[in-house]
Design a protein around this ligand. Structure first.
Ligand code: ATP
Ligand code: MG
Length: 493
């Protein structure tokens, strides 16, 4: 009999190359691991055999009670600015990096458990997660992926059979997360705050090897690494804003070097357009409000720049500051260009003109004034492109408010000369019909808490193809009913 090949072909560069950046650790024992959702498509991309993972052995691996062959489980250390205040010691307080695998396109991916028990970085927390927040991360992450937005992904969610107390007893759960890496701005901050410049250098070289391999060995690689992160994050936040996503907890420990969205704690999508939208129950000052995300990201990147200064120009701090400031100063322009491009596409426009910004801002201020559903606006606007503006106008309390703008937009379309039907098609390819609507997410989570997964699976299925209209699923495209009330999310702790 030939031995079965290992389920994961691990190649654990973090464990190997960065001793001193983690603690080797193991998951807590839990009574009855049970697979709740498994992402076959992602498993395929990762080159994993689903038949081996949709089993009781798989459930045990995903719960952290069974170590797969070749894993080197560890908890990473990091620090971070949380709501503007610096915590010098955070780290994976409830997560375990099992290891890394190379996916079917040759990219290295972290396989990490979230909610697998306490670690030396738990700071008094229980190290656990409960089914609601675990599935929220699963749903939102997969929705973002389907929308083409860089993000960590969800491979599996298991319940553990444990009862965990949050606001009352909840079913314990663990998420298996897949990421280009778990390097955070906060990882750099941890070592920089301790004055460990050589460790920051080691980390930067590791980050370069993983995310900017072309820079390896280049004399100016550290400033260029910073440039890369600025570019990735500016593009990412533009994507969030274009789709109406509020991350909710943009601490520096939740800001990646890879440019992927991470940590779907208190996030949500806006319905009515409102730059002041805040969903997180703990964001009292609105620090992480929808419209503040670009400014906050630039602030977070300034914190990253500070950690890199001694590497950028070791013998001349002033020069290092000058170089880093110049890169950081490009953030607003990169962001704006990405946002303008995205908005042009959403509006079916092809040509770049000097009036674009004004056209877009006028539209947004009308949406804001009339609390118009952001997602439906663009979807119905595509019908207006072919001469059917009724549905669009119904979104407005006072439709006459949008008429002038519509005329202006139609003139722009005409001047560009594309066939109206083509404009509609193009718009419907970039404007989602289905986003994870807050009330639909809540409905799915509430029923999952009672062990019923039908709504969860239906929602996940719908969100896989966000641009494709499907009959029978109309309710998924609608904003929350009035009775749903103002929405509040809670950090998944
Ligand atoms: N239940 C918990 N037990 C122990 N530590 C926790 C718990 N919840 C959060 N933490 C820790 O608190 C810090 C900040 O938490 P935050 O909510 O940003 O992260 P997270 O959601 O646990 O994880 P990630 O950022 O990896 O998605 C992290 O160090 C995290 O590990
Ligand atoms: Mg976090």
């Amino acid at each position: 009999m030939t031995a079965r090949p290992p389920i994961f072909q691990f190649d654990n560069s973090y464990a190997r190359d960065l001793p001193g950046f983690y603690v080797a650790w193991e998951g807590a024992k839990v009574p009855t691991p049970q697979l709740v959702v498994f992402n076959r498509e992602l498993a395929k991309e990762l080159g994993l055999d689903s038949n081996l993972l949709e089993t009781s052995e798989g459930a045990e691996i995903f719960a952290g009670v069974r170590q797969p062959d070749g894993a080197s489980p560890l908890a990473q250390v990091y620090a971070g600015h949380q709501f503007g205040g610096f915590s010098p010691q955070l780290g994976d307080g409830r997560a375990l990096l099992l290891g890394e695998i190379i996916d079917s396109t040759g990219n290295r991916k972290d396989i990490q458990l979230k909610g697998s028990g306490p670690t030396p970085f738990s700071r008094g927390g229980d190290g656990k997660a409960v089914v609601g927040p675990v599935l929220r991360e699963y749903i939102l992450g997969e929705a973002m992926h389907a929308l083409g937005i860089p993000t960590t992904r969800a491979l599996a969610a298991v319940t553990t059979g444990e009862t965990i107390y949050r606001d009352g007893p909840k079913p314990g759960a663990v998420l298996t997360r897949v990421a280009a890496s778990h390097l955070r701005v906060g990882t750099f901050q941890y070592f920089a705050a301790r004055g460990e410049t050589e460790k920051v250098r080691q980390l930067a070289d590791y980050a370069i090897a993983r995310h900017d391999p072309d820079l390896a060995g280049q004399p100016d690689r550290y400033i260029r690494l910073f440039r890369g992160v600025v570019e990735r994050q500016a593009a990412l936040v533009a994507n969030w804003v274009l789709v109406g996503f509020v991350h909710g907890v943009m601490n520096t420990d939740n800001t990646t070097i890879s440019g992927e969205t991470i940590d779907y704690g208190p996030c949500a999508f806006i319905d009515a357009y409102d730059p002041a939208a805040v969903f997180s129950s703990i964001d009292h000052g609105g620090r992480y409000a929808f419209g503040r995300q670009p400014v906050i990201m630039q602030w977070n990147l300034a914190r990253l720049a500070e950690t890199l200064l001694p590497l950028i120009q070791p013998d001349d701090l002033d020069k290092a500051v000058e170089l880093a400031s110049a890169e950081l100063g490009r953030f607003p322009d990169i962001y704006r260009a990405a946002w303008l491009n995205g908005m042009r596409a959403k509006l079916g426009l092809v040509e770049e003109t000097a009036e674009d910004q004004d056209l877009f801002e006028t539209m947004l201020s009308i949406l804001q004034e009339q609390s118009v559903d952001y997602t439906l606006f663009f979807r119905h606007l595509s019908e207006a492109a072919v001469g059917a503006p009724q549905k669009l106008r119904e979104l407005f309390v006072d439709p006459t408010q949008i008429d002038g703008w519509l005329e202006r937009w139609m003139q722009r379309l005409e001047s560009e000369g594309r066939a109206p039907a083509d404009t509609r098609t193009a718009m419907n390819l970039v404007n989602p019909l289905y986003i994870p609507r807050n009330h639909k997410v809540e409905e799915a989570l509430q029923s999952a808490e009672t062990g019923e997964y039908f709504l969860l699976n239906e929602l996940l299925d719908i969100l896989k193809a966000p641009y494709e209209e499907r009959t029978g699923f109309e309710s998924y495209a609608l904003p929350a009913p009035e009775a749903f009330g103002p929405y509040q999310t809670f950090c998944g702790t």
